[in-house]
Design a protein around this ligand. Structure first.
Ligand code: 0A1
Ligand code: ZN
Length: 863
């Protein structure tokens, strides 16, 4: 039996404009847990203080709870009632009271993984956004901040380690093989930052001395056997702590910082005060089992959660409409950190690629919403690429406009002014405005208008001088038909291609009008324009440029991001022409890639990114009606042409030895990445020796980056080596869940024509389970990211995803709802596909007892 039924499907829409400050504050919370996997008793004592002028009942939110007892100021209390899932306590004329409530919860049957749940025998919590109300009755809104004292007691053998937020202030043995611990967190916090962990864990201990000389004890807690895979996370934690001091002047504020890794987790990780809880995927890494991408993921997520201590915890959100206040800013901070730790250009390319893959489609579809939404039904559905990644771009633009020093003045003011408060996006903008000295009146539209602005550019000549004409439009999105022009910081430069050296050096132009003319200066002939350098604004640029101009920029632009963009645009133009039957030859692309490869020895990481073909999905995004089959065919054809034409260069890249897997330097990682790209280009050709070559790389690999790249390449094909490699990989890693996820994933990513059937079969594999979100994502998430497979003409891909949504919803609505958006892109496809996609959404909605999460996503996806 599962308990998802506690989430009602009645679609109630919550509006940002309806915000009212809480009637009651809760300065102190004392929790007492009698822990057991099947049933845990929770005794809560809330000190409540009335904020409203007139008597008003205390509303405590609950989800699936029944109060076993209610006491007020120590006395049994009968003046309470249930209102749906919530508890209403009438406190009469009182302005303050202590309200005690006992509840009984069932961690083992909590398959939603929200609230207190069991994972691999251990107990852990996830409270953001509204999980605390599944543990005990509470206002459970982020503008109610409390000091927490947590006592927990449980079987010492089952739960030798007992952790919560803050510091452990007492512990001891209890009766019947029990032991207990008392934790206290001195910092007032909202309930979504509460955490508790109890289990059989081992720790990697270290310490960090803060800038004011305080010693902080660090602990990363994992299951026995995983300890030797925690070192990278520990290093990332220490690097993050030092970085936040250096770059933002922010110091850690407790004597203890714990991280716990759990294998069943809906998201990446959670920033609970002093006790971060992580998906194992973002903690565990060693060269044998983790790729370089995995290593970077660990570093980035550890940093992200750590940075939340200031941007999120010390200054939290007033309400969930302000989610991007903490998430956009924190993503921006972790992006800058990772850029500083590695290659800024490569990091920017990766971030922009992710934005275009995940956020641009969201902004162009039925689920589009501003980074500060106006309404929602289920807040879990709003942990989106828009809130996170577009939110980060909005902060990035502010930082670009004012420069690093003034931006720091703005953030200093923000932290100083709002420390200990639950703030709004408006508070942040005002602090930047005042601290950095800039007028952001028009810029605020980025918070309220959804949709990706589109800039249409053309060059004009005015008596020897050149100028750029810019028109901006913001497309209509659900509920927002008419848009106003935005304030857009656009970095540009212009170069003479004639060897004269004439140039307009990098300039930051702030667009404010619907049309604008930007003077470029005198050039003897049409200059090459380097536009949106460093991706200074999250916009789409329409600008027709000749292949020669793009090739020139790809080779000569002084901004590496702009070089990358020019080559990508050249590839994209070539591919879009081919898909629309207007083939124009691949020579320009081949020459530009050939030239870029000349820099492979100096900066292999950049070169590897630059020579990658745009994804099938991104090619589709350029078309009025996406033709998945033609896109796959033409992309593979271009890949094969490049593979053949530059064969000797690809083979030269693969000829040398791979850098040792233990070498995690920028150069070594780049070298491995480029080898993976070279192998993929060769594999696209029909050259006979490629399967054997890939198998040799697979077998000789001393680490997971090379091994996975070779396996993924083989998985696309039809060779005996494919079968052998998949089998060897499975046998070797069948006991390692994170690596087994990769085994599922490479098969679901496959370019083979039978991938949908393969996924269907893999879902029956004994190692497949719906209980683990990582496993679900590794199979089904990979399939819906595989454009030609998901959009297979007979609709089998759609059916498979809809079947999954229906099967998973009763167990884990949050993870189920996250699988829906790909089905909502039906407007972008031909009528036959659109009809099948809509039919699947309707079939989902016809299920009885559907969760609020899935109901909201599926019904909005049909609009
Ligand atoms: N605040 C976390 C993300 C997060 C949100 C909801 C969760 O519930 C399952 C878990 C994590 C972050 O930004 O990392
Ligand atoms: Zn976050």
């Amino acid at each position: 039996m599962t308990d998802a039924s506690s989430t009602p499907a009645v679609p109630v829409t919550i509006h940002r404009g309806d915000y009212r400050p809480p009637d009651w504050q809760v300065p102190d919370v004392a929790l007492d847990f009698a822990l057991a996997v099947e049933a845990t008793r929770v005794a809560a004592a809330l000190s409540v203080v009335r904020q409203a002028d007139a008597p008003t009942p205390l509303v405590l939110r609950g989800d699936g709870l029944t109060p076993a007892a209610v006491r007020v100021d120590g006395e049994g209390w009968n003046d309470w009632r249930m209102d749906g899932a919530d508890l209403i306590v009438d406190l009469g004329e009182r302005t303050a009271a202590t309200v005690e409530i006992d509840t009984l919860i069932h961690p083992a049957s909590n398959t939603q993984l929200m609230g207190l749940y069991a994972s691999n025998g251990m107990l852990c919590t996830q409270c953001e956004a509204e999980g605390f109300r599944r543990i005990t009755f509470h206002p459970d809104r982020p503008d109610v901040l409390s000091r927490y004292k947590v006592r927990m007691e449980g079987d010492k053998a089952a739960f030798p380690i007992l952790l919560s937020n803050g510091n452990c202030i007492a512990k001891g043995d209890g009766a019947g093989g029990n032991h207990w611990a008392l934790w206290e967190d001195p910092w007032p916090k909202p309930s979504y930052l509460f955490a508790l962990v109890a289990g059989d864990l081992v720790v990697n201990r270290d310490s960090f001395t803060t800038m004011s000389g305080r010693e902080v004890e660090l602990g990363i807690w994992v299951r026995d056997g995983d300890l030797d895979r925690t070192e990278h996370a520990m290093q990332a934690l220490k690097d993050s702590m030092a970085w936040d001091e250096r770059v933002y002047g922010r110091e850690y504020d407790l004597d203890l910082f714990n991280i716990v890794a759990v294998s069943d987790f809906n998201m990446g990780a959670m920033e609970n005060k002093g006790l971060n809880v992580f998906n194992t995927r973002y903690i565990l890494a060693d060269p044998d089992t983790a790729t370089d991408v995995d290593y970077d993921g660990v570093e980035g997520v550890v940093a992200h959660e750590y940075f939340h201590n200031w941007s999120g915890n010390r200054v939290t959100c007033r309400d969930w409409f302000q989610l991007s206040l903490k998430e956009g800013f924190t993503v921006y901070r972790d992006q800058c950190f990772s850029a500083d730790m590695g290659s800024p250009a490569v990091k920017r390319i990766e971030d922009v690629r992710l934005l275009r893959a995940a956020q641009f489609p969201e902004d162009a579809g039925p689920l589009a919403h501003p980074i500060r939404p106006d309404s929602f039904q289920e807040i879990s559905n709003f942990y989106t690429a828009t809130i996170y990644n577009k939110g980060a771009e909005i902060i990035h633009m502010m930082a670009t406009m004012v420069g690093a020093d003034r931006f720091r003045k703005g953030t200093d003011l923000y932290f100083e002014r709002h420390d200990g408060e639950a703030a709004t996006c408006e508070d942040f903008v005002r602090a930047i405005e005042e601290g950095a000295g800039i007028d952001l009146t028009q810029f605020r539209l980025w918070y309220s208008q959804a949709g990706t602005p589109r800039l249409t550019l053309s060059l004009a000549q005015e008596s020897g001088d050149w100028a750029l004409d810019v028109t901006q439009t913001v497309p209509p999105t659900p509920g927002q038909d008419d848009k106003q022009p935005m304030m857009i910081p656009l970095k540009l430069a212009a170069f003479a291609m004639d060897g004269s050296g004439a140039a307009l050096p990098e300039t930051l132009v702030t667009l404010t009008g619907a049309t604008q003319r930007v003077p470029l200066g005198a050039f003897a002939a049409r200059p090459a324009l380097s536009i949106n350098r460093g991706f200074s604004a999250p916009v789409i640029v329409d600008f027709a440029r000749a292949d020669g101009e793009l090739a020139w920029l790809a080779a000569n632009d002084d901004d590496p991001f702009a070089r990358y963009e020019a080559l990508q645009q050249l590839m994209l133009d070539t591919l879009v022409a081919a898909v629309s039957g207007k083939a124009r030859g691949s020579q320009a692309v081949i020459d530009a890639i050939g030239q870029t490869l000349a820099g492979a020895a100096t900066d292999p990481a950049f070169v590897a990114e630059a020579v990658l073909l745009p994804s099938e999905a991104f090619i589709g995004d350029q078309m009025v009606t996406v033709d998945p089959g033609a896109i796959r065919r033409e992309r593979l054809a271009l890949q094969a042409a490049i593979g053949t034409a530059l064969e000797s260069q690809w083979r030269a890249i693969l000829a040398g030895a791979a850098p040792p897997a233990t070498d995690l330097s920028r150069k070594a990682k780049g070298g491995r990445r480029l080898r993976g790209v070279a192998l993929a280009y060769l594999a696209a050709t029909a050259m006979d020796d490629v399967p054997a070559l890939a198998f040799r790389i697979f077998s000789d690999a001393d680490g997971m980056t090379e091994r996975q790249a070779a396996l993924a390449t083989l998985a696309h094909g039809d060779s005996d080596e494919r079968v052998a490699a998949l089998d060897i990989f499975y046998q070797r890693y069948r006991d390692n869940p994170l690596v087994l996820d990769k085994w599922f994933q490479v098969q679901a990513w496959s370019l083979r024509a039978d991938t949908v059937d393969a996924v269907k079969e893999l879902a029956q594999h004994p190692d497949f389970t719906l209980a683990n979100p990582n496993r679900v994502r590794s199979l089904y998430g990979a399939l819906s990211g595989n454009q030609a497979a998901f959009h297979q003409a007979d609709g089998a891909g759609y059916r498979l995803i809809a079947d999954l949504v229906i099967a998973l919803d009763p167990k884990n609505p949050q993870t189920s709802a996250r699988m829906i958006p790909p089905l909502g892109r039906w407007k972008r496809f031909d009528d036959a596909r659109a009809a099948m996609m809509k039919a699947e959404l309707e079939r989902i909605l016809a299920q009885p007892g559907l969760s609020r999460d899935v109901t909201e996503q599926a019904s909005k996806s049909l609009l």
